[in-house]
Design a protein around this ligand. Structure first.
Ligand code: ZN
Ligand code: ZN
Length: 403
């Protein structure tokens, strides 16, 4: 059968989008919401998610639609009490689209603040989503910064310290004021320490009140420190390059509030845990940010030393991981941290529930950056064009035998 070239050309031209259609193809804010409501997790291996497209020019709010059974993220211009506003959408003069967010500095670590973080904006360390087959497969290296909050599945960590020997200071720029620093306490001189019953209150051993039992639960800094360190378990790994410090119950016996790791009194810092920071070495210190479970707040500090371009720490649920995280939301081989060109990087190892970094300021939406809010992914992309009537008609005839 002979093909008619003219006819083909016409067909090809027809397939090119017209000006009107091009307009429709402009970038939209795309959200993928995982169908299962599972504590703010998004399953990167699953394809059961609900897709929505939003026009960024409407400068709407991204919010949770609580009235909807599925609790999907919706965009709305209405400020409504029954909706929880997740973030605002900003468009700057250069047409760049931003998700607007603000994280409280000096955030106290307790169950409420940790759970509330779930609904904040998280940067996803895994940018590729275009191709169906490789949608979530590509890896991406994220440069770690001091005080970054990391999330592997539902397990959170803070980059407590970060040091590069004779390194450029750029990598160790602090973007957050350190967490967990309690401010000056005013303890009356007559108050007794709950542990030693003495009323001494000196600069070296101040009386502190660091949980919710304020006023009724006064302790000497040294008394509390001695008690907590008596429960400290130290384990090393990777030929002693890495050391983990664990206290199973780093919280008050009565109110169960986690104790701060560092206390600030009259501009002096007091550390409640004896962990050793290596001098003159490359290192990263990770602190776990767990939730209280059965009245216990476990604390883990991981001090990781690095030999540049050599050391590589794996994090995961598997037995062979350097930092083992026993949680079902953490993949066996979840993520890794390594040092390259005098910088520290985190890489996702194709985990099921992703490796995320908490966004502290406004974040730029582009088709290279994916963000996660609760169980929804947010990114910029092109909307799939709905089928036209002609296409439907053609498809129909392709599937019908004409006799
Ligand atoms: Zn005491
Ligand atoms: Zn207490």
């Amino acid at each position: 059968m002979q093909t008619n070239n003219n006819e083909l050309n016409i067909l090809n031209n027809k397939n090119k989008p017209s000006q009107e259609e091009k307009k429709e193809l402009k970038e939209k804010i795309i959200t993928y919401t995982w169908e299962r409501d599972s504590h703010g997790l998004f399953d990167y291996e699953n394809t059961n998610y609900y897709t929505q497209y939003f026009d960024p020019e409407n400068k709407f709010l991204l919010r949770n639609n609580n009235e909807n059974l599925n609790n999907k993220i919706v965009l709305s211009s209405l400020e409504n009490e029954s909706f929880q506003t997740l973030c605002k959408i900003k468009i700057l003069n250069n047409n760049k689209i931003f998700l607007s967010t603000k994280i409280e500095q000096n955030l106290p670590i307790n169950t409420n603040t940790l759970n509330a973080l779930q609904e904040k904006i998280w940067y996803v360390i895994r940018p590729s989503y275009h191709d169906y087959k490789h949608r979530f497969n590509s890896s991406y290296e994220y440069e770690l910064k001091k005080n970054d909050i990391l999330k592997l599945g539902r397990i959170k960590f803070i980059v407590k310290e970060l040091n590069i020997v004779e390194g450029n200071s750029e990598s160790s720029i602090e973007t957050f004021i350190p967490y967990e620093v309690n401010n000056n306490q005013n303890i009356e001189n007559q108050e007794k320490c709950r542990i030693c019953y003495s009323t001494d209150n000196t600069e070296d051993n101040p009386m502190i009140s660091v949980c919710k039992c304020k006023g009724s639960m006064n302790l000497h800094f040294e008394c509390l420190k001695l008690w907590l360190n008596s429960q400290l378990i130290k384990t090393d790994f990777k030929g002693q390059l890495g050391v983990s410090y664990t206290v199973k119950k780093f919280n008050c016996e009565l109110c169960h509030e986690p104790y701060p790791l560092t206390i600030k009194i009259k501009n002096k810092l007091y550390n409640l845990l004896n962990y050793v920071i290596p001098e003159g070495q490359n290192y990263v210190v990770l602190q776990s940010l767990n939730s209280i479970k059965e009245n216990e707040y476990p604390l883990n500090i991981h001090v990781l030393m690095f030999i540049e371009n050599e050391t590589n720490y794996t994090l995961g649920r598997g037995h062979d991981s350097d930092i083992r995280i026993s949680d079902i939301s953490v993949s066996r081989n979840h993520a890794r941290i390594f040092m390259k060109n005098r910088k520290y990087y985190m890489e996702d190892m194709n985990s099921k529930f992703g490796t995320l970094v908490l966004a502290k300021n406004d974040v730029s939406l582009s088709n290279h950056n994916i963000f996660q809010i609760g169980r929804t992914l947010v990114f910029l992309g092109k909307e799939k064009k709905p089928e036209t009537e002609i296409q439907k008609f053609k498809k129909y005839f392709e599937n019908v035998d004409i006799e």
